[in-house]
Design a protein. Structure first.
Length: 325
């Protein structure tokens, strides 16, 4: 496939076009891979999930998916990956529980850029270890999409697989590299992936690590995970899922005084962030009904351990960025 999207390439907007693309890619993947094996870092995000589904259809058990749980995923996501790919699609899936390994490395590290570097470097090390355990791997699959080629010459840095040692000598497999994100979603639907994967919100490479602001602690990270789950549940229940581009919670590294059950508390605030954007270069804040904000406050302060206060971030981009770190 060419490195530049042909002007003649039709936009994939319908199931029929998606199925034609799938048929074409299955044949191309079979021709490229032959009887060899291919390795994929499967995060559970849209791009890697669509690549996995395409490869399962093309080469079945010749695909080895590696899902690394670094402890910074949202609530239920590792279980969803296992359910969809191992139990439903019968993928050859390797699950790696690396939670303690990552969180021990991150202990006491407050600088956002340093946290990102640690998470990225450790992911490469874990993935390399799993790659070396496999036999007969000749190809490395990546969820590169067309904007990645435009912005970074084809290296999808947030998947963190571009830094594998040269001695592994894998050839790249990038079946969706000429698609835009909306086209990837159409293809994902046509492949039968569930909506919670196809329409997954944008999620930073370091995961909840950049939403547990400051030095990550296990208890505060759990507060981020649980409050985020409540927010997603209530947005879905109130018709905001799919309407709002991105929404999540942040737990900063400071405590505030409060009162609960007649006793003074010293606990964290949870900050809710909900924004809309076209290109992530600018963003507007979603106007959440006040009654819903009150309900979210009630649930979060009573159901999330260590939290006594809920705030709503009203800052557009600019002046604020979408993420806090």
């Amino acid at each position: 496939m060419p490195d530049v999207r042909p002007e003649s390439m039709e936009r994939i907007t319908t199931e029929a076009l998606a199925n034609a693309f799938i048929d074409e890619q299955v044949k191309a993947l079979q021709a490229q891979i032959g009887d060899k094996k291919v390795l994929l870092a499967l995060s559970g995000g849209v791009d890697s999930s669509v690549v996995a589904a395409l490869l399962i259809r093309a080469v079945g058990q010749q695909l080895v998916c590696v899902h690394v749980n670094h402890g910074l995923l949202r609530k239920g996501e590792p279980e969803q990956v296992i359910e969809v790919f191992r139990n439903q699609m019968h993928a050859n899936l390797v699950y790696v529980d690396a939670v303690d390994r990552f969180l021990d490395k991150l202990a006491g590290v407050a600088d956002p850029e340093q946290k990102r570097k640690i998470i990225g470097a450790e992911f490469i090390r874990v993935f390399e270890e799993e790659a070396r355990k496999q036999e007969g791997i000749a190809f490395l699959a990546q969820g590169t999409i067309y904007p990645d080629i435009l912005e970074s010459k084809g290296v999808k840095a947030h998947h963190n697989v571009g830094g594998l040692p040269e001695d592994l000598k894998f050839d790249l497999v990038e079946p969706i590299k000429l698609l835009f994100k909306d086209e990837v979603r159409v293809v994902g639907k046509a492949l039968g992936l569930p909506d919670h994967m196809v329409y997954r919100q944008p999620f930073p490479g370091p995961g909840l690590g950049v939403r547990c602001v400051g030095a990550i602690t296990r208890d505060r990270l759990e507060a981020v995970r649980e409050s985020d789950a409540i927010l997603r549940e209530e947005f879905a229940r109130n018709g905001l899922q799919g309407k709002v581009w991105q929404y999540f919670t942040i737990v900063p590294d400071f405590k505030t005084v409060g009162v609960q059950d007649g006793k003074r508390t010293d606990a964290w605030p949870v900050v809710i962030r909900a924004v809309n954007t076209r290109d992530a270069m600018t963003a507007t804040v979603e106007n959440i009904p006040f009654e819903l904000l009150q309900h979210l406050t009630e649930r979060i302060t009573h159901e999330v351990k260590g939290v006594n206060r809920v705030l709503y971030d009203l800052t557009p981009k600019p002046t604020g960025t979408i993420e806090w770190e």
